[in-house]
Design a protein around this ligand. Sequence first.
Ligand code: ATP
Ligand code: MG
Ligand code: MG
Length: 440
Amino acid sequence: CHASTATNDTSLRKDYLPVHGVSEVIVGVLGGGQLGRMLCQAASEMAIKVMVLDPLVNCPASSIAYDHMVGSFDDSETVHEFAKRCAVLTVEIEHVDVATMEKLEQQGVDCQPKASTIRIIQDKYLQKVHFSRHGIPLPDFMKIDDLEGAKRAGDLFGYPLMFKSRRLAYDGCGNAVAKNEEELTSAVNGRMFYTEVQFLKKLVSHLGLTTLVFLYAIDEQQFTLGGFARGLYVEKWTPFVKELAVIVGRGRDNSISCYPVVETIHKENICHVVKAPAHVPWKIREHAIDIAHKAVSSLEGAGVFAVELFLTKDGQVLLNEVAPRTHNSGHHTIESCYTSQFEQHLRAVLGLPLGDPSMKTPAAIMYNLLGEDEGEPGFHLAHQLIGRALNIQGTAVHWYDKPEMRKQRKMGHITIVGSSVGIVEAQLKSMLKEEGSETQ
Ligand code: ATP
Ligand code: MG
Ligand code: MG
């Protein structure tokens, strides 16, 4: 094997085991969910060692990672310990302890993307402020601190009005819509409930359930802090005709490489289907790529980024949000592009040349396997669908091996590639049409 072509930056430490792969360094990933798992799969092709930090002993990445440290990616001491064992630190989730990342960077730890990027993106309001300062088109937005502020936003932006949690949002958990002024309070209360659940979850993972119950008993007030106290903002409702996304790879030398624009279709705020390439006019694709390029250029550090966009009826493209990591809208790239988003991320953080993001098949469609039921019945339904998928030409089944089946949980995905958009859509239809016919 050839020696590493990684830059000096990635060789900051000498206390890793020497290995003879494409790169000699160990890549540390904060988080070991499905994205971490697919990073490990791409890494194994090049004998790159990926180590993950995740609190779950049997997290999706654990069985294939080079190493798995069991611990919280949101805990300072644990992240410090983990970083000592890796040459470059990256993320599969943005909800990590960014203050620790900043400290680590000051001590010379190589974080990619940079902690400054994670800090901006973790707070969706700060993210919006950042991108608007960089001249990127966005839906109108406004920070709100109380009900009066929410009413002012309603008067200004009209209804429906989108409320968003600044932090810890994913799969639409953190969003609430007020259809009119009367619904303002319930939208805000919805947020309050959500943020409190997140807060409780965090406490449970840090302190354990017994301590939590004790704390609850002595400080009930802690839990009555409202949604406003924890941070909310509002966005003008965007009546989009399509949602688009662009995966962008950014090298350590700041080279930028964009994947073809895709269309994402959400079901109850969760990404459900991705169509690649997006069926939109060439000018719109160019515009979307331009915005994605500009957005990622405004951030610091290497890696793969996902840029979520809205396409409006009058042909405007607006940025919804950016993820500083691999993304669900890029899963199709494993089968349909010369370099998958996961390989691209590894290449980027290691300082290797970026690969070719273009599609090697004319069309691809990705279908998320979302939990349809809890426990065994849910597994049964998913396995029925997988059984049908395996009989369809051009399909690849990915199962994340999550220990628990829950409703709406991302359990796996199926990608279908083919010679035209029409063909892959027809294949997907035939896979889904039979749904239920086999159930007794
Ligand atoms: P994830 O990180 O999983 O993509 P999230 O919790 O960060 O999701 P958003 O991306 O902000 O949530 O929103 C989820 C979905 O809600 C979007 O994909 C879109 O369908 C819808 N949505 C978000 N903002 C608006 C808006 N301003 N107007 C209309 N619909 C919106
Ligand atoms: Mg998000
Ligand atoms: Mg989103």
